[in-house]
Design a protein around this ligand. Structure first.
Ligand code: PHE
Length: 347
Protein backbone atom coordinates (compact mmCIF):
# COMPACT_ATOMS: atom_id res chain seq x y z
CA UNK A 1 0.00 0.00 0.00
CA UNK A 2 2.85 2.30 0.80
CA UNK A 3 4.23 1.68 -2.65
CA UNK A 4 0.81 2.32 -4.19
CA UNK A 5 0.68 5.69 -2.42
CA UNK A 6 4.20 6.57 -3.53
CA UNK A 7 3.31 5.72 -7.14
CA UNK A 8 0.16 7.78 -7.03
CA UNK A 9 2.18 10.72 -5.72
CA UNK A 10 4.90 10.41 -8.35
CA UNK A 11 2.43 10.14 -11.22
CA UNK A 12 0.30 12.91 -9.85
CA UNK A 13 3.16 15.39 -9.52
CA UNK A 14 4.48 14.67 -13.02
CA UNK A 15 1.02 14.89 -14.53
CA UNK A 16 0.32 18.18 -12.73
CA UNK A 17 3.60 19.61 -13.99
CA UNK A 18 2.66 18.68 -17.53
CA UNK A 19 -0.89 20.11 -17.40
CA UNK A 20 -1.02 22.96 -19.91
CA UNK A 21 -4.21 24.83 -18.96
CA UNK A 22 -6.76 25.27 -16.13
CA UNK A 23 -9.14 22.75 -17.73
CA UNK A 24 -6.47 20.01 -17.70
CA UNK A 25 -5.73 20.84 -14.03
CA UNK A 26 -9.38 20.48 -13.07
CA UNK A 27 -9.57 17.13 -14.84
CA UNK A 28 -6.54 15.92 -12.88
CA UNK A 29 -7.99 17.17 -9.57
CA UNK A 30 -11.10 15.04 -10.05
CA UNK A 31 -9.10 12.05 -11.21
CA UNK A 32 -6.65 12.22 -8.24
CA UNK A 33 -8.62 13.60 -5.30
CA UNK A 34 -12.28 13.19 -6.23
CA UNK A 35 -14.71 10.70 -4.63
CA UNK A 36 -14.00 8.21 -7.38
CA UNK A 37 -10.35 9.25 -7.55
CA UNK A 38 -7.22 7.17 -7.21
CA UNK A 39 -6.40 8.26 -3.66
CA UNK A 40 -9.92 7.56 -2.38
CA UNK A 41 -9.71 4.09 -3.95
CA UNK A 42 -6.55 3.36 -1.98
CA UNK A 43 -7.98 4.75 1.27
CA UNK A 44 -10.98 2.45 0.89
CA UNK A 45 -8.60 -0.48 1.40
CA UNK A 46 -7.47 0.81 4.84
CA UNK A 47 -9.93 -1.50 6.57
CA UNK A 48 -7.85 -4.48 5.54
CA UNK A 49 -4.78 -3.18 7.42
CA UNK A 50 -3.71 -4.13 10.91
CA UNK A 51 -4.30 -1.77 13.83
CA UNK A 52 -0.62 -0.74 13.91
CA UNK A 53 -0.33 -0.17 10.18
CA UNK A 54 -3.54 1.82 9.86
CA UNK A 55 -2.38 5.13 11.48
CA UNK A 56 0.95 4.98 9.66
CA UNK A 57 -0.72 4.51 6.29
CA UNK A 58 -3.35 7.11 7.21
CA UNK A 59 -0.62 9.64 7.89
CA UNK A 60 1.17 8.81 4.68
CA UNK A 61 -2.04 9.07 2.66
CA UNK A 62 -2.78 12.48 4.20
CA UNK A 63 0.74 13.64 3.44
CA UNK A 64 0.39 12.52 -0.20
CA UNK A 65 -2.97 14.28 -0.47
CA UNK A 66 -1.51 17.46 1.04
CA UNK A 67 1.42 17.39 -1.38
CA UNK A 68 -0.86 16.91 -4.38
CA UNK A 69 -3.10 19.75 -3.19
CA UNK A 70 -0.15 22.08 -2.75
CA UNK A 71 1.15 21.23 -6.19
CA UNK A 72 -2.31 21.77 -7.67
CA UNK A 73 -2.54 25.27 -6.15
CA UNK A 74 0.96 26.07 -7.34
CA UNK A 75 0.19 25.05 -10.90
CA UNK A 76 -3.11 26.94 -10.87
CA UNK A 77 -1.38 30.15 -9.87
CA UNK A 78 1.38 29.62 -12.41
CA UNK A 79 -1.04 28.93 -15.26
CA UNK A 80 -3.14 31.97 -14.36
CA UNK A 81 -0.11 34.20 -14.33
CA UNK A 82 1.01 32.83 -17.71
CA UNK A 83 -2.44 33.38 -19.22
CA UNK A 84 -2.52 36.96 -17.94
CA UNK A 85 0.95 37.61 -19.28
CA UNK A 86 -0.01 36.29 -22.73
CA UNK A 87 -3.17 38.42 -22.74
CA UNK A 88 -1.27 41.56 -21.79
CA UNK A 89 1.38 40.89 -24.41
CA UNK A 90 -1.30 40.42 -27.08
CA UNK A 91 -3.09 43.61 -26.11
CA UNK A 92 0.00 45.74 -25.70
CA UNK A 93 -0.29 49.23 -27.19
CA UNK A 94 2.82 50.88 -28.46
CA UNK A 95 2.21 54.50 -27.57
CA UNK A 96 5.23 55.58 -29.60
CA UNK A 97 3.69 54.56 -32.98
CA UNK A 98 2.40 57.72 -34.75
CA UNK A 99 -1.42 57.80 -34.81
CA UNK A 100 -3.64 57.70 -37.90
CA UNK A 101 -4.20 61.17 -39.24
CA UNK A 102 -7.78 62.36 -38.76
CA UNK A 103 -8.94 64.29 -41.80
CA UNK A 104 -10.92 67.31 -40.72
CA UNK A 105 -13.80 68.35 -42.93
CA UNK A 106 -14.89 71.92 -43.48
CA UNK A 107 -17.87 73.79 -44.80
CA UNK A 108 -18.83 73.20 -48.42
CA UNK A 109 -17.62 76.16 -50.52
CA UNK A 110 -21.18 77.02 -51.46
CA UNK A 111 -22.15 77.19 -47.80
CA UNK A 112 -19.17 79.45 -47.11
CA UNK A 113 -20.46 81.92 -49.68
CA UNK A 114 -24.04 81.57 -48.41
CA UNK A 115 -22.78 82.37 -44.91
CA UNK A 116 -20.98 85.47 -46.18
CA UNK A 117 -24.10 86.67 -48.00
CA UNK A 118 -26.32 86.05 -44.97
CA UNK A 119 -23.88 87.94 -42.72
CA UNK A 120 -23.91 90.94 -45.04
CA UNK A 121 -27.73 91.11 -45.19
CA UNK A 122 -28.18 90.45 -41.47
CA UNK A 123 -25.85 93.42 -40.99
CA UNK A 124 -28.29 95.50 -43.07
CA UNK A 125 -31.21 94.43 -40.84
CA UNK A 126 -32.62 91.50 -42.82
CA UNK A 127 -34.16 88.49 -41.11
CA UNK A 128 -33.25 85.07 -42.56
CA UNK A 129 -36.31 82.85 -43.08
CA UNK A 130 -36.93 79.35 -44.39
CA UNK A 131 -39.78 77.91 -46.43
CA UNK A 132 -41.09 74.72 -48.04
CA UNK A 133 -39.50 73.13 -51.11
CA UNK A 134 -42.79 71.40 -51.95
CA UNK A 135 -44.98 74.37 -52.75
CA UNK A 136 -48.49 75.19 -53.93
CA UNK A 137 -48.76 76.40 -57.51
CA UNK A 138 -50.79 79.33 -56.19
CA UNK A 139 -47.75 80.56 -54.17
CA UNK A 140 -45.13 79.65 -56.77
CA UNK A 141 -47.08 81.18 -59.69
CA UNK A 142 -50.62 82.51 -59.39
CA UNK A 143 -50.28 84.92 -56.50
CA UNK A 144 -46.98 86.10 -57.99
CA UNK A 145 -49.00 87.31 -60.96
CA UNK A 146 -47.85 84.43 -63.17
CA UNK A 147 -51.03 83.52 -65.04
CA UNK A 148 -52.21 80.08 -66.17
CA UNK A 149 -50.58 79.29 -69.50
CA UNK A 150 -47.35 81.18 -68.73
CA UNK A 151 -44.44 79.21 -70.25
CA UNK A 152 -42.68 78.77 -66.86
CA UNK A 153 -45.75 76.83 -65.63
CA UNK A 154 -45.28 74.28 -68.42
CA UNK A 155 -44.92 70.62 -67.47
CA UNK A 156 -41.70 70.51 -69.47
CA UNK A 157 -40.16 73.09 -67.09
CA UNK A 158 -41.65 72.27 -63.70
CA UNK A 159 -41.83 69.14 -61.53
CA UNK A 160 -45.50 68.65 -60.54
CA UNK A 161 -46.80 66.17 -57.98
CA UNK A 162 -50.41 65.77 -59.12
CA UNK A 163 -52.63 65.76 -62.19
CA UNK A 164 -54.21 69.17 -61.62
CA UNK A 165 -50.73 70.80 -61.33
CA UNK A 166 -51.57 72.37 -57.96
CA UNK A 167 -48.54 71.05 -56.02
CA UNK A 168 -44.95 71.28 -57.26
CA UNK A 169 -41.27 71.50 -56.40
CA UNK A 170 -40.76 75.25 -56.16
CA UNK A 171 -39.07 76.62 -59.28
CA UNK A 172 -37.92 79.77 -57.48
CA UNK A 173 -37.68 81.16 -53.95
CA UNK A 174 -40.13 83.95 -54.85
CA UNK A 175 -43.12 82.15 -53.24
CA UNK A 176 -41.36 83.15 -50.00
CA UNK A 177 -42.33 86.74 -50.84
CA UNK A 178 -46.01 85.72 -50.63
CA UNK A 179 -45.46 83.73 -47.42
CA UNK A 180 -43.63 86.64 -45.79
CA UNK A 181 -46.28 89.22 -46.77
CA UNK A 182 -49.05 86.86 -45.66
CA UNK A 183 -47.49 86.38 -42.23
CA UNK A 184 -46.18 89.86 -41.41
CA UNK A 185 -47.28 93.42 -41.74
CA UNK A 186 -44.84 95.96 -43.23
CA UNK A 187 -42.12 96.88 -42.59
CA UNK A 188 -40.82 93.58 -43.96
CA UNK A 189 -37.13 92.90 -44.52
CA UNK A 190 -36.34 89.23 -45.16
CA UNK A 191 -33.79 86.99 -46.84
CA UNK A 192 -34.94 83.49 -47.87
CA UNK A 193 -32.25 81.11 -49.16
CA UNK A 194 -33.17 77.63 -50.37
CA UNK A 195 -33.22 74.93 -53.00
CA UNK A 196 -35.23 75.28 -56.19
CA UNK A 197 -35.97 72.77 -58.95
CA UNK A 198 -36.37 73.01 -62.72
CA UNK A 199 -36.38 70.46 -65.51
CA UNK A 200 -32.97 71.54 -66.80
CA UNK A 201 -30.23 69.30 -68.20
CA UNK A 202 -27.01 69.65 -66.22
CA UNK A 203 -24.24 71.58 -67.99
CA UNK A 204 -21.52 74.04 -66.96
CA UNK A 205 -24.09 76.60 -65.85
CA UNK A 206 -27.31 74.60 -65.28
CA UNK A 207 -28.54 71.96 -62.85
CA UNK A 208 -32.06 70.58 -62.21
CA UNK A 209 -31.58 71.52 -58.55
CA UNK A 210 -29.89 74.73 -57.54
CA UNK A 211 -30.08 77.39 -54.86
CA UNK A 212 -31.58 80.84 -54.84
CA UNK A 213 -31.58 83.56 -52.25
CA UNK A 214 -34.70 85.66 -52.21
CA UNK A 215 -34.79 89.10 -50.70
CA UNK A 216 -37.88 91.18 -49.95
CA UNK A 217 -38.22 94.63 -48.44
CA UNK A 218 -41.64 96.24 -48.07
CA UNK A 219 -42.33 99.52 -46.30
CA UNK A 220 -43.27 103.13 -46.86
CA UNK A 221 -41.26 105.05 -49.47
CA UNK A 222 -39.13 102.11 -50.61
CA UNK A 223 -37.62 102.93 -54.01
CA UNK A 224 -35.48 101.41 -56.75
CA UNK A 225 -32.60 103.38 -55.20
CA UNK A 226 -32.91 101.24 -52.05
CA UNK A 227 -32.79 98.11 -54.21
CA UNK A 228 -29.65 99.22 -56.03
CA UNK A 229 -28.03 100.32 -52.76
CA UNK A 230 -28.59 96.94 -51.12
CA UNK A 231 -27.35 94.94 -54.11
CA UNK A 232 -24.30 97.09 -54.85
CA UNK A 233 -23.35 96.91 -51.15
CA UNK A 234 -23.60 93.12 -51.31
CA UNK A 235 -21.55 92.75 -54.50
CA UNK A 236 -18.76 95.07 -53.40
CA UNK A 237 -18.48 93.22 -50.10
CA UNK A 238 -18.38 89.84 -51.87
CA UNK A 239 -16.32 90.62 -54.99
CA UNK A 240 -14.26 93.59 -53.85
CA UNK A 241 -14.62 97.36 -54.18
CA UNK A 242 -13.61 97.42 -57.86
CA UNK A 243 -15.98 94.65 -59.01
CA UNK A 244 -17.93 95.71 -62.11
CA UNK A 245 -21.71 95.37 -62.12
CA UNK A 246 -24.48 96.38 -64.47
CA UNK A 247 -28.28 96.56 -64.23
CA UNK A 248 -30.28 95.65 -67.33
CA UNK A 249 -34.02 96.23 -67.82
CA UNK A 250 -35.93 92.95 -67.78
CA UNK A 251 -39.41 91.56 -67.26
CA UNK A 252 -40.82 89.55 -64.35
CA UNK A 253 -44.58 89.23 -63.84
CA UNK A 254 -44.24 89.94 -60.10
CA UNK A 255 -42.08 93.09 -60.27
CA UNK A 256 -42.52 96.37 -62.10
CA UNK A 257 -40.15 97.79 -63.14
CA UNK A 258 -37.84 94.77 -63.30
CA UNK A 259 -34.15 94.35 -63.95
CA UNK A 260 -31.35 91.85 -64.00
CA UNK A 261 -27.94 92.39 -62.46
CA UNK A 262 -24.80 91.08 -64.12
CA UNK A 263 -21.20 90.89 -62.99
CA UNK A 264 -18.27 91.18 -65.32
CA UNK A 265 -16.94 87.68 -66.09
CA UNK A 266 -14.14 86.77 -63.70
CA UNK A 267 -12.49 84.51 -66.27
CA UNK A 268 -12.24 86.69 -69.39
CA UNK A 269 -12.65 90.06 -67.59
CA UNK A 270 -15.43 91.12 -69.94
CA UNK A 271 -13.58 90.30 -73.16
CA UNK A 272 -15.73 87.25 -73.96
CA UNK A 273 -12.71 85.23 -75.06
CA UNK A 274 -9.68 83.56 -73.53
CA UNK A 275 -6.60 82.82 -75.72
CA UNK A 276 -8.66 83.32 -78.88
CA UNK A 277 -11.35 80.89 -77.71
CA UNK A 278 -14.90 81.83 -76.70
CA UNK A 279 -14.89 82.13 -72.88
CA UNK A 280 -16.48 78.96 -71.47
CA UNK A 281 -17.63 80.62 -68.26
CA UNK A 282 -19.73 83.43 -69.78
CA UNK A 283 -20.21 81.87 -73.26
CA UNK A 284 -18.59 84.94 -74.82
CA UNK A 285 -20.97 87.40 -73.15
CA UNK A 286 -18.32 89.03 -70.98
CA UNK A 287 -20.95 89.27 -68.23
CA UNK A 288 -22.50 86.72 -65.88
CA UNK A 289 -26.10 87.09 -64.85
CA UNK A 290 -26.37 87.00 -61.06
CA UNK A 291 -29.94 87.86 -60.21
CA UNK A 292 -33.34 89.17 -61.12
CA UNK A 293 -34.91 92.01 -59.19
CA UNK A 294 -37.47 94.78 -59.28
CA UNK A 295 -40.13 96.74 -57.44
CA UNK A 296 -42.86 94.45 -56.08
CA UNK A 297 -45.82 94.59 -58.49
CA UNK A 298 -48.88 96.35 -56.98
CA UNK A 299 -51.00 93.30 -57.91
CA UNK A 300 -48.74 91.07 -55.80
CA UNK A 301 -48.99 93.45 -52.82
CA UNK A 302 -52.79 93.39 -53.20
CA UNK A 303 -52.78 89.59 -53.48
CA UNK A 304 -51.25 89.59 -49.98
CA UNK A 305 -53.56 92.20 -48.49
CA UNK A 306 -51.04 95.05 -48.53
CA UNK A 307 -52.22 98.46 -49.75
CA UNK A 308 -50.05 99.45 -52.77
CA UNK A 309 -51.08 103.09 -52.32
CA UNK A 310 -49.44 103.13 -48.91
CA UNK A 311 -46.60 100.64 -49.27
CA UNK A 312 -43.99 99.79 -51.85
CA UNK A 313 -41.20 97.28 -51.88
CA UNK A 314 -38.40 95.67 -53.80
CA UNK A 315 -37.48 92.03 -54.28
CA UNK A 316 -34.53 90.18 -55.70
CA UNK A 317 -33.67 86.54 -56.34
CA UNK A 318 -30.08 85.52 -56.90
CA UNK A 319 -28.49 82.23 -57.88
CA UNK A 320 -26.26 81.07 -55.07
CA UNK A 321 -24.16 78.80 -57.32
CA UNK A 322 -23.52 81.72 -59.68
CA UNK A 323 -22.45 83.85 -56.73
CA UNK A 324 -20.15 81.09 -55.43
CA UNK A 325 -18.65 80.52 -58.90
CA UNK A 326 -17.75 84.17 -59.17
CA UNK A 327 -16.56 84.48 -55.60
CA UNK A 328 -14.36 81.36 -55.68
CA UNK A 329 -13.51 81.43 -59.41
CA UNK A 330 -15.14 78.10 -60.21
CA UNK A 331 -15.64 77.54 -63.94
CA UNK A 332 -18.11 74.66 -63.95
CA UNK A 333 -21.29 74.49 -61.89
CA UNK A 334 -21.21 70.69 -61.77
CA UNK A 335 -18.06 70.77 -59.61
CA UNK A 336 -20.16 72.29 -56.82
CA UNK A 337 -22.45 69.25 -56.77
CA UNK A 338 -19.95 66.46 -57.50
CA UNK A 339 -18.42 66.63 -54.01
CA UNK A 340 -15.03 65.41 -55.21
CA UNK A 341 -12.69 66.03 -52.27
CA UNK A 342 -9.88 67.03 -54.63
CA UNK A 343 -12.09 69.97 -55.56
CA UNK A 344 -13.50 70.67 -52.10
CA UNK A 345 -10.04 70.66 -50.46
CA UNK A 346 -9.03 73.72 -52.45
CA UNK A 347 -11.22 76.00 -50.38
N1 PHE B 1 -37.65 84.51 -59.12
C1 PHE B 1 -36.94 85.09 -60.23
C2 PHE B 1 -36.23 83.98 -61.03
O1 PHE B 1 -36.13 82.88 -60.54
C3 PHE B 1 -35.93 86.11 -59.76
C4 PHE B 1 -36.55 87.31 -59.14
C5 PHE B 1 -36.78 87.37 -57.78
C6 PHE B 1 -36.90 88.39 -59.93
C7 PHE B 1 -37.34 88.52 -57.23
C8 PHE B 1 -37.45 89.52 -59.39
C9 PHE B 1 -37.67 89.58 -58.04
O2 PHE B 1 -35.77 84.21 -62.11
Amino acid sequence: MKQQLEEIKLHALTALDAAADPAALEELRVKLLGKKGELTAVLKQMGKLSAEERPVMGQLANAVRAEIETKLEERKTALHAAALEAKLAAEAIDVTIPGDEVTMGHQHPMNMVLQEIKDIFVGMGYQVVDGPEIELASYNFTRLNIEEGHPSRDRSDTFYFNDDDSVLLRTQTSPMQIRAMENTKPPICILAPGRVFRKDEADATHSPMFHQIEGLVVGEDITMGDLKGALVTLMKRIYGQDALMRFRPHHFPFTEPSCEMDMQCHKCHGKGEVDGQVCSTCHGEGWIELLGAGMVHPVVLENCGIDPEKYSGFAFGMGLERMAMGRLRINDLRLIFDNDVRFLNQF
